[in-house]
Design a protein around this ligand. Sequence first.
Ligand SMILES: Nc1ncnc2c1ncn2[C@@H]1O[C@H](COP(=O)(O)OP(=O)(O)O)[C@@H](O)[C@H]1O
Ligand SMILES: [Mg+2]
Length: 315
Amino acid sequence: MSETMQTHPLVIGEVGPGCKKVDPIVVADNVTRTFGGLKAVDVVHVEIPRNAITALIGPNGAGKTTFFNLLTGFDKPNTGTWSFEGHSLARVPAFRVARKGMVRTFQLTKSLGRLSVLQNMLLGATKQPGENIFTALIKPLWRGREQDITAKAEDLLDRFKLLEKSSDYAASLSGGQRKLLEMARALMSDPVLIMLDEPMAGVNPALTQSLLGHVKQLKADGMSVLFVEHDMHMVRHISDWVIVMAEGRVVAEGPPDQVMNDPAVIDAYLGAHHDTDLGEMTGTIPVAAAPETATATATVPTETTAAETEREVEK
Ligand SMILES: Nc1ncnc2c1ncn2[C@@H]1O[C@H](COP(=O)(O)OP(=O)(O)O)[C@@H](O)[C@H]1O
Ligand SMILES: [Mg+2]
C-alpha cells in the first residue's frame, strides 16, 4: 500500500483498523471475551457504517461468531461497551436487543423443524399484543393485529419464494431454504440492522443468486447489514465495507477492492488460492460460477458448516 493517506466516503479521517465512520450504527469499545485462557474476542474499537453492507471476514476461530453473540446479547463479555443507534446495549438481553431493531441470524440455522414454515415466521414478530396478559384478554384488540402479522409473513415468504411451503414443516426444507426462512423471519421484526452469520454456508448454488439479491435488497430498503462470510465472491460482490478479524482482533478494514488486494490480508487470512478471481472485482461476476470458485477461494471449505447445519436441524 502507498504512503498516501487512504480516505473513503464512509470514513472520517484515514481508513484503517478501528477507523471512525461518518454515520456509524454500531460503535464498540474494548470488547473482550475469554474462554478459559483463550481471548476469543479482543476488539479495541470498531464502528459499523449505517445503510451499508459490511462483511466481517477472517479465518475460522477468529472470533466473528462470538462477537456477533456479544453484540446481540446472546453472550456476555468480560469487558466492553457498545452502542446501537447511539444507545448503549451492553448487558441488554437478546430479546430486547432484537426489539430495538438489531436482529441476527445464526451460523447454524435455528428454525424449528417441527413447526410449519409459517409458524416459524410468526415467532419472528415482536410486539404482539397477544403477548401481553391484559390485551390478550380483549380479543378484538389482537385479532386484527394477528391477521396483519400473518399477511406480513406471507408477503415475506412470497418474496423469499417459500410461500408454497408455508404449511410444510421447516424440517422438510433444504439447507438453503432454511437460510432463506431465517432471513425472512428476521425481517418480521422490521430490523434496522440485520446481522447474518454465514448466510451462504450450505446453500445450494441455485439459491445463491437470490440470496445475494435479497441481501442487496435489505440495503435498498434502508437497512444496515453486517454479515460473516467465507465465500469471497459474495463478499466482493455485495459489500461496501470489509472488516477483517484474526485472533479476536480487528486487523484490517476498508472497501473490498482495497482490503482484499492487501497482500498481508491475502497471505494471512484469505488463503493461497485467493488470487484465482482477483480480476473479477467489479461486482459483475456471474454468480452461477460460484460452486467451483467458492471452494477454490474460501478460507475454509463450507462443507463442514453445511454438514453441521444439517445435523443441527435434525435434532
Ligand atoms: N462457548 C465456547 N466455549 C469455549 N470456546 C469457545 C466458545 N465459543 C467459541 N469458542 C472459541 O473462541 C474462538 C472464536 O470462535 P468463533 O467466535 O466461533 O470464531 P469464528 O466465528 O470466527 O469462526 C475459537 O477458538 C472457539 O473455539
Ligand atoms: Mg463463526
